[in-house]
Design a protein around this ligand. Structure first.
Ligand code: RAM
Length: 352
């Protein structure tokens, strides 16, 4: 018996600790005993499955969710169609999720489902891709970086590489994608500057953020436009696919089958997806931001809003632990961080 005493003591201490952990504060401030304290549930709904970019966003969300002791899950539709996220949202709300972090496939197709979710107390945070023009159907929008600068920056990257002269095309994601459409609008606006007078946008094609469709669209650009000097693909899936197409065709600058100066490709993608293409000289430079940082900021703001510790006021700044200060902009839009440009000199420093 005596030999067992230490075990018994240890068990009692542990049990009292567990009971301590399981007690939770009631709304009136009293302590409710028994039953595990339910964790706040957060679900991340990316545009679609199988996109390495969203794995990086998810990493940031998961890490922050761990630090904030949330229950975390990712649920994505197979394809990035305008309405494909509807059943996912509805199902999650039925399961009692409290925070949805959503990269939207449509500016408006989700309005009603999101309204219903919010009526049940679910906090809606858009991340990466917003409900452009319908921002009132979510609580806060965490965008990667200043959206108005992405389109012009992409155009300038290509312009500089082709001496501001020649035909170019855009290989986008889906026709409805709110983020790509905002960036393309920014490129078209910037194109009006006299600096770009000799550059001509010949076509915008859509690869739907599917590798195969993106490759097919990139290949047909090459055949349809024999004088093409450049392609901008502002989607991580499109840029990676187009790089492979240019490599296979050998038509990149300096490539074995390049006509004249070759076809310059740039856009947005993760450094890890593009390292080989940059090493081989198929792509000289491209851009992105830190997807995990954006995910972490979205998670933190979602939790603060859900627990009513934060009220959003345009112009206010919020300190996000470990991620610096963010400013609440018009329409409750928050920009997470800077736009980064990668090339052979710095790409090795990044691992995402
Ligand atoms: C694709 C998606 C995503 C976009 C990136 C750059 O992964 O379309 O929404 O932000 O590209």
């Amino acid at each position: 018996m005596t030999k067992r005493t230490p075990y018994l003591l240890a068990t009692l201490v542990l049990a009292s600790l567990i009971v301590g952990c399981n007690s939770s504060k009631s709304a009136e401030g009293g302590t409710v005993e028994g039953g595990p304290a339910a964790k706040t549930k957060l679900v991340f709904i990316p545009k679609n499955t199988g996109n390495p970019y969203f794995n990086q966003v998810g990493k940031g969300i998961e890490k922050a969710a761990g630090e904030l002791t949330l229950e975390f899950d990712t649920q994505a539709p197979a394809a990035a169609d305008a309405t494909s996220q509807l059943p996912v949202i509805k199902d999650q709300v039925q399961r009692g999720v409290q925070i949805i972090v959503l990269s939207s496939n449509s500016p408006d197709a989700l309005n009603e489902a999101l309204d219903q979710a919010r009526a049940k107390g679910t906090t809606i945070v858009t991340v990466d891709s917003d409900l452009t023009g319908n921002e009132g159907h979510r609580d806060v929008g965490v965008l990667p970086t200043d959206f108005s600068k992405i389109g012009p920056a992409q155009l300038e990257l290509l312009g500089k590489a082709i001496n501001y002269e020649g035909e170019f095309a855009i290989l986008s994601a889906t026709t409805d994608a709110p983020n790509q459409n905002a960036w393309i609008a920014g490129m078209k606006e910037a194109l009006k500057d006299s600096k770009y007078a000799k550059m001509k946008l010949v076509e915008v094609v859509y690869g739907d953020d599917e590798p195969q469709k993106s490759s097919t669209e990139a290949e047909s650009l090459l055949t349809k436009h024999p004088n093409l000097r450049g392609i901008i693909s502002p989607t991580s899936v499109g840029l990676a696919a187009a790089a492979q197409v240019l490599e296979n065709a050998g038509v990149y600058p300096g490539g074995p089958k390049a006509k004249g100066a070759g076809i310059v490709l740039t856009g947005l993608s993760t450094p890890n997806q593009m390292k080989k293409a940059v090493e081989k000289g198929v792509v000289a430079s491209f851009q992105l931001w830190d997807p995990a940082d954006m995910g972490a900021i979205a998670t933190y703001l979602g939790v603060q809003l859900q627990s009513k510790k934060l009220t959003l006021k345009v112009g206010d700044t919020v300190e996000v632990p470990g991620h610096g200060k963010v400013t609440i902009g018009e329409k409750n839009i928050v920009f997470a961080g800077p736009l980064l440009t990668f090339d052979k000199n710095n790409i090795g420093k990044y691992d995402f």
